[in-house]
Design a protein around this ligand. Structure first.
Ligand code: ZN
Ligand code: ZN
Ligand code: FE
Length: 760
């Protein structure tokens, strides 16, 4: 044996199972002419390679550089072991037992190879709605436990036929150990049922029948990857209206599914990055500007300039769209803020009265998840909602520490588990005030703990005493708890995602969060890090007549802000006509149920309503979204702005801003111009606030977080000006800026707290 022969033992962990990792290693070893073996282990994938030292080194380099597209390497260890004199390279298929620490992949959109086979009449899976391979298909949504193999998935009910088994066992095959592998003969089947759940047609006839229903303008419930959708023909105005009426979803934009990028480009103006996002294996809903003259019914996305678009990401969706002339509206099959429906019987029970038919199948969904929503802003594709295709992908952290669970807030909730140097944010769970969503919240926590085989040492919740998540943490579960302020959690989340430790200046803008002083916070200038924060400034607090009633009716907020700005002498602006203003003014005069808030979301509401924009909203954020779109394409001349001292903190002047806007509106200035000026003013005023904190603290980094930063005009304007003034600016890239990011920040603050208390 030449003396430069050596053998190395390599362990890799991360997302390395169910993504074609072993065949990749096998082919790589063959390419370099090395011997040894590869196997799945409880801790990921174990490799032993033997050969000339230089070749082994090249192999190791390629192993880390050429990982399969869906794999994520989180840990790589390599050590020398005695030479074994092996003569071939093999895949060791001996089964794995014990508690696995390796990660399941997210659900993966249909790959190119499977798509080609799906429409190839000569292929044995021609028109098979559940075709998949190691590069595509269901993963997270069908897993019940670990390790990830067929027995621990929804596929355990389907025994592979001889042809499928051969593929499954052949290391050179694209379906080698593809756990959901199946075909017409042995796998799940599709069926069409009527509105009562009675079987009408099966197999390909079911797809054809479903398409015929859609073409007639009927509403169809379709079982997908992460749950059921409700679908209608997106070009049929009457059908879309009927869906809105039955689903009780009046104006919130609906997403549209198309077969491919060509069809997507007919509907929206897309750049390269947006096309890549649409065609990625995560296959999210992308918000993009409408192309003029497309054939989408006007009530699909009324009053907004952007459409939520996605590509058909399962073979079933591809087959259905092939039978139809145009795009489909695809919306989560649930009533507002309930969790997405996953079970066939549950679907019929919950959706009868909405759906005219059900396109179902017999592969169960274990972990539900809504479609993710992303948008291009501030130079990148950024999530507004994390869901299918992203979970359970981890967010890498800068450091290690104890396992912690953050449980988020209440609306648009998510939870997040920290384990080692990774954070695992959950999918969007919805508004957990809803009983089903609360159940989903508890189920997800249990599932995360199970698949990551970890018991957190601390549960971190919001400071709000009335949130159901707070009550769950403090009353229903046994682990130690820590309460964290809402906007501090936003700041910490932005730090963690950027792998920074702080301190930073936090510019945190959202609708509302519980303040330790008992008022509602939401336009906050903080200075802090994981160990604590101080409130340096905020938007000047204003009254909110009726609390939630004002959130739903921006005109009430506008009236209140005018009352305060003008000391009770409200000028007669056009928007006031048609509203019952006296009862509201009465509440304000007597300070009855008028909580004070520094909320930035409410400031947007007030400006929108004053300017003649949205008076009463049909969905959260509607007034602000429409106000931003009115300002497009850009910013205007700023209003004069001021920052006022108020004891220990400063106020960003709201009264003077409201008076200037009222003068503009009274003078007949249009809503678009008012909005352009308002946005520019916010950018300058917030930068001024950051400069003020920099002067007193010496801190030069700003973190931007909070749901208001879904507004890309504000985000991009603020990033540009802060950068021009010499700040380093941190923004979210993997988590939404809204409350979907809270749980990560909470967990990081909790980890810091625990580590500090353990060393103290
Ligand atoms: Zn495939
Ligand atoms: Zn088969
Ligand atoms: Fe928030």
């Amino acid at each position: 044996m030449p003396d430069n022969i050596l053998r190395r033992k390599i362990s890799v962990n991360g997302i390395v199972q169910g993504v074609g990792f072993r065949p990749f290693v096998y082919k790589l070893a063959k390419r370099y002419g090395l011997t040894g073996q590869v196997a799945n282990t409880t801790a990921g994938v174990g490799i032993e390679v033997e050969g000339p030292a230089a070749t082994v080194a090249s192999f190791e380099r390629s192993l880390q550089e050429e990982v399969p597209p869906q794999a994520v390497l989180l840990d790589y260890r390599s050590e020398a072991v005695p030479v074994g004199g092996t003569t071939d390279f093999i895949i060791d298929l001996s089964t794995v037992s014990g508690s696995a620490a390796t990660l399941v992949a997210p659900d993966l959109a249909l790959c190119r190879d499977c798509l080609a086979e799906l429409f190839d009449p000569a292929d044995r899976r021609y028109r098979y709605p559940f075709i998949n391979c190691t590069n595509c298909g269901p993963r997270y949504s069908i897993v019940t436990g670990i390790p990830y193999d067929r027995a621990a998935t929804a596929m355990r009910h389907f025994a592979m036929c001889p042809a499928c088994r051969l593929e499954y066992l052949d290391p050179a095959n694209r379906r080698f150990h593809a756990q959901p592998n199946a075909c017409h003969d042995c796998g799940p089947q599709v069926a069409l049922c009527d509105s009562k759940g009675q079987l009408v047609m099966s197999r390909h006839q079911a797809v054809v029948g479903a398409a015929a229903l859609l073409a007639e303008g009927r509403i169809l419930a379709i079982k997908g990857l992460g749950g059921f959708h409700l679908a209608v023909d997106a070009a049929n105005e009457a059908a879309v209206r009927l869906l809105r009426q039955r689903k009780k979803r009046e104006e919130k934009p609906l997403a549209v599914m198309v077969a491919d990028l060509t069809a997507a480009n007919r509907l929206c103006l897309l750049d390269k990055a947006e096309e890549e996002a649409l065609a990625s294996t995560a296959a999210p809903i992308l918000l993009a500007p409408f192309r003029a003259g497309n054939n989408i019914a006007s009530s699909v996305a009324p009053f907004v300039a952007r459409l939520g678009l996605m590509l058909a990401y399962t073979p079933l969706h591809q087959l259905l769209l092939r039978e139809l002339p145009g795009p489909l509206v695809m919306t989560s099959a649930n009533l507002s803020e309930e969790p997405i429906c996953i079970d066939n019987n549950e679907a019929v029970a919950r959706l009868s009265g909405i759906a005219d038919g059900f396109l179902v199948h017999d592969r169960e969904i274990y972990m539900r998840s809504d479609d993710a929503v992303v948008v291009k802003m501030a130079g990148g594709i950024r999530p507004l909602r994390r869901g299918r295709g992203y979970v359970p992908r981890p967010v890498p952290l800068a450091g290690d520490g104890p396992a912690i669970l953050g449980i988020g807030g209440e609306l648009k909730n998510t939870v997040c588990l920290l384990k080692g140097t990774q954070a695992f944010p959950s999918q969007h769970l919805g508004d957990i005030k809803n009983l089903d969503a609360y159940g989903f919240f508890k189920e997800t926590i249990a599932h995360l703990k199970k698949i990551f085989a970890v018991v957190p040492q601390l549960v971190v919740h919001d400071l709000h005493p009335a949130y159901l998540s707070t009550r769950w943490a403090t009353e229903e579960q046994p682990l130690p708890v820590l309460a964290v302020q809402h906007h501090h959690a936003h700041l910490a989340s932005c730090l963690a995602e950027n792998q920074e430790a702080g301190p930073v200046i936090g510019v945190i803008l959202d609708g509302s969060g519980y303040g330790p002083d008992g008022t509602v916070w939401g336009g906050e200038i903080l200075l802090g890090d994981f160990s604590g924060f101080s409130r340096r400034g905020c938007l000047e607090p204003m009254p909110l007549p009726g609390g939630d009633a004002a959130v739903k009716a921006p005109w009430r907020t506008a009236l209140a802000y005018l009352e305060v700005a003008y000391g009770g002498k409200v000028p007669g602006l056009p928007f006031l006509a048609g509203h019952e203003v006296e009862p509201v003014r009465e509440m304000l005069r007597h300070n009855l149920n008028c909580p004070l808030t520094s909320s930035c979301g409410r400031l947007f509401d007030a400006v929108a309503a004053m300017g003649g924009g949205r008076q009463v909203i049909a969905y959260e954020g509607q007034a602000a979204i429409e106000l931003m779109e009115a300002a497009l394409p850009g910013l205007g001349e700023p209003y004069r702005w001021d920052i006022l001292e108020n004891g220990d903190i400063f106020y960003l002047g709201v009264r003077s801003l409201i008076r200037q806007i009222a003068e503009d509106v009274g003078g007949g200035v249009s809503l678009p111009s008012v909005s352009q000026r308002f946005h520019r003013t916010l950018v300058e005023m917030l930068t001024g606030a950051a400069e003020r904190v920099r002067e007193s603290s010496g801190v030069n980094t700003v973190a931007l977080s909070g749901g208001v930063f879904n507004n890309y005009l504000l985000l991009e304007g603020l990033v540009a000006l802060l950068t021009a003034r010499g700040f380093d600016v941190l923004i979210h890239a993997q988590l939404p800026p809204g409350d979907g990011c809270l749980a990560l920040g909470q967990a990081m603050i909790g980890r810091q707290y625990l580590m500090a208390s353990q060393t103290a």
